[in-house]
Design a protein around this ligand. Structure first.
Ligand SMILES: [Mg+2]
Length: 241
């Protein structure tokens, strides 16, 4: 089986400052135990870069997948999505425009993630949040076909239009390891994860973490702590055969 987990909001609680995100209690221990089981492979897949992810979630013998699937590393896999110059330039140019227009808003943060630029507004005041959202809506309507704007949890990302997402990365790993669709498990909490739920095969087990109803998911859990509990229960059941 291939177990895939998003990081922020899935293995860690969402915190005000994304730089302070840490795995919840026992998350690393449970994932490590899962990765050591025969026939189980674990992948942590996040919008963060791999080096950032590895700093926060320290488990050996798992696959790390960064930048929403554009970089994959571990268990004999080393993959990097290659991008045409024209796309890189479009992202750069659009990011420049965004930053020029919104950088004066207190709490508005730009994060360069290689092919992707993220604009965080978690720490922006409520009226300014509306301003940011309105601005991005208008910007998206202007329609540059080389880029795509993706909205996450209090973050907007500008990415190349042809960019891969988490679903493609999960499929790539599953194919390489010859794991069938029904052997794949994926847990996530964000809009980008729901996007992936819809793209993944029907038989894939999809778990949404959060306090809303997501019809594309097979199971709804309230918090990362509940996910850790689920893993523990699953592993105990597997042990019993
Ligand atoms: Mg997340």
């Amino acid at each position: 089986m291939l177990f895939c987990f998003d990081f922020d909001g899935t293995l860690s609680d969402i915190v005000k400052n994304p730089d302070k995100a840490q795995p919840v209690k026992n998350a690393e221990k449970s994932v490590e135990r899962l990765a050591a089981l025969k026939g189980c492979m674990v992948c942590v897949i996040s919008g963060r870069r791999i080096y950032d992810l590895k700093k926060r979630f320290k488990v050996k013998n798992i696959i790390y997948c960064g930048n929403h699937g554009a970089e994959i590393q571990g268990r004999g896999i080393s993959y990097r999505f290659r991008l045409d110059e024209a796309y890189k330039k479009s992202v750069k140019c659009a990011s420049f425009l965004v930053w020029g227009a919104l950088k004066k808003i207190p709490g508005f943060i730009k994060e360069n993630k290689g092919y992707v630029t993220a604009f965080h507004y978690r720490n922006v005041s409520a009226p300014d949040r509306l301003k940011v959202e309105r601005w991005f809506r208008n910007f998206a309507d202007a329609g540059n076909s080389m880029i795509r704007i993706r909205k996450g949890n209090k973050v907007f990302e500008i990415l190349p239009a042809i960019f891969t997402g988490k679903a493609q990365a999960i499929r790539l790993i599953a194919e390489k390891e010859q794991i069938p669709e029904q052997g794949v498990f994926f847990a996530g909490d964000d809009t980008t994860d729901i996007e992936a739920f819809k793209e993944l095969g029907k038989k894939t087990v999809k778990v949404f973490i959060g306090r809303k109803t997501v019809t594309a998911a097979d199971m709804l859990l309230k918090s990362p702590q509940e996910l850790v509990l689920l893993l523990e229960i699953m592993m105990d059941l597997m042990k019993e055969g």
